[in-house]
Ligand binder design. Structure first.
Ligand code: KIV
Length: 272
């Protein structure tokens, strides 16, 4: 190991060992500077396929490609020193067969340097997750609201309410039995988030699944308030960066129009 080799303190195994301990802190990141910030605060940094909607303006995650995930995965890895980096498998890159999933998961790990992949689905993905894990690919599961299935689910609705809870619980059990080291629970009633967390031996990472999960994840742009007009119920804004940015841009525009910028401080003189 050279002096410049990053020391990665978190691994899939150490995340698994955090079950029932101090909650796991997780955020998404898509670029190097944001990954540096997230790395300082988080246990897990996820290169989510939300990148398609957040950075590329796509209407859903369905248009995200392997090339996009690899590009952003590489950028994020350049900013990470200690957190575990997980890269999302995009829609269409793993559903066809376990062999297709392995081909693309191994590419994601090899080309980005990340330590694990995340994929959506429960019972129907059990065989695929087991296939990947048996071949050296650590997998984080993702059940409940699975955004890649938005067209089947009929929107971004809360899952697992009332009699639907059993289906989601079966998905959770399938992901654990397949060998995943952790599982994201998205948009579930708090009581179901708690039940699944108590039932599983792997850490649950909630996003809109209540406070009882073993960890929490948010899309970083949401919690930083980078979208002035988008605030789902499960997002807490820890900053209002869209407002701050709009004010800064308006001040810059005024300065330029009034020739107040650049002033002497920001201009070059002749060489003495
Ligand atoms: O793509 C993503 O950002 C995610 C998180 C919301 C869990 O899957």
């Amino acid at each position: 190991m050279s002096a410049s080799t990053p020391i990665r303190t978190l691994t899939p195994a150490s995340v698994l060992a955090r079950k029932g301990q101090t909650p796991l802190v997780c955020l998404t990141a898509y670029t190097t500077p944001i990954a540096r910030l997230a790395d300082a605060a988080c246990d897990i940094v996820l290169v989510g396929d939300s990148v398609g909607m957040v950075l590329h303006g796509l209407p859903s995650t369905l248009g995200v490609t392997m090339e996009m995930m690899i590009l952003h995965g590489k950028a994020v890895m350049r900013g990470i020193q200690k957190a575990l980096c997980v890269v999302d498998m995009p829609f269409g890159s793993y559903e066809e067969s376990p062999a297709q999933a392995f081909r693309n998961a191994s590419r994601l790990l090899a080309e980005t340097g990340a330590s694990a992949v995340k994929l959506e689905g429960g019972v129907q993905m059990k065989e695929t997750i087991a296939f990947l894990v048996a071949r050296g690919v650590p997998v984080m599961g993702h059940i409940g609201l699975t955004p890649q299935a938005v067209n089947v689910l009929g929107g971004y609705k809360v899952q697992g309410r009332n009699e639907d809870a059993q289906r989601v619980m079966e998905d959770a059990r399938a992901v654990e039995e397949a060998g995943a080291f952790a599982i994201v629970l998205e948009k579930l009633p708090r009581s179901l988030g708690q039940d699944i967390t108590e039932c599983l031996a792997i850490p649950t990472i909630g996003i809109g699944a209540g406070p009882d999960c073993d960890g929490q994840i948010l899309v970083i742009d949401d919690m930083l308030g980078l979208f002035a007009d988008f605030k789902p119920k499960f997002v807490k804004r820890y900053a209002t960066l869209a407002d701050d940015a709009a004010k800064a841009l308006a001040a810059y525009a005024d300065d330029v129009r009034q020739r107040a910028f650049p002033d002497a401080e920001h201009s070059f003189g002749d060489k003495p």
